[in-house]
Design a protein around this ligand. Structure first.
Ligand SMILES: N[C@@H](CCC(=O)N[C@@H](CS)C(=O)NCC(=O)O)C(=O)O
Length: 214
């Protein structure tokens, strides 16, 4: 099957999908969509994904959107290694951890939201404060939710979907100088996950476009 990922190196939703693809050991090619240049809003890209978001995964011509749904598709199509536990309660818990990030933290800090704040007159300091606020609030809840059942990773001692969503959000937090002292479970899980080569290989710096030479 031919898989083509439309992504942007620093997009955390794209980063999730790269991690999942790498953990599954699935080969894919990438088509970069430059968000800073607004390529996601181009007619050609909108014809592929009307929402104008990355990531988008083309699977033999089928256009898959929304990182959570893309990764659910990968889990069903390539079940091994599993990113979800077999136990139904544990599975729901792991999905809840991932969705805490995907639906309750990340959308508030999306590029278009920050741009809207800017259009409304909120200055850089105000936008940074907004960004850090939602990460801190979300991470406080995530730490409390995850800690009782965490091990090396966010759930237990094997990497799961929860870590796939955590790692990019930790990257964002560090980019915006959010203090992580209050989240020891998240820091431990992030360190365990990023020590895995398939996860490390998905890092924005590992896939960033080469700087122009000359
Ligand atoms: N819920 C979507 C969110 C995707 C998303 O927010 N993508 C961002 C990059 S991380 C994007 O394309 N932003 C473009 C924009 O804001 O104009 C998913 O999980 O795939």
């Amino acid at each position: 099957m031919a898989l083509t990922l439309y992504d942007y190196y620093r997009s955390s939703a794209s980063y999730r999908v790269r991690i999942a693809l790498n953990l599954k050991g699935v080969e894919y090619s990438r088509v970069p969509v430059n968000l800073l240049e607004g390529e996601q809003r181009d007619q050609a890209y909108r014809a592929l994904n009307p929402q104008g978001f990355v990531p988008m995964l083309d699977a033999d011509g089928e256009k898959l959107t929304q990182s959570f749904a893309i990764i659910a598709w990968l889990e069903a199509r390539y079940p091994s290694p599993a990113l979800l536990p077999a136990d139904l309660g544990a599975r729901s818990h792991v999905q809840a951890l991932a969705l805490t990030i995907a639906t309750d933290i990340h959308p508030l800090n999306n590029l278009r939201v920050l741009k809207r704040l800017s259009d409304m007159g909120v200055d850089q300091a105000g936008r940074d404060d907004w960004y850090r606020h939602w990460i801190a609030e979300g991470f406080t809840a995530l730490e409390a939710l995850a800690a009782p059942r965490a091990g090396k990773f966010l759930f237990g001692d094997e990497v799961t979907l929860a870590d796939v969503f955590l790692v990019p959000q930790m990257f964002n937090a560090r980019r915006f100088d959010v203090s992580l002292d209050a989240y020891p479970t998240l820091v431990r899980a992030d360190a365990s996950a990023t020590a895995l080569e398939p996860v490390a290989a998905a890092h924005p710096e590992r896939v960033a476009p080469a700087a122009p030479t000359g």
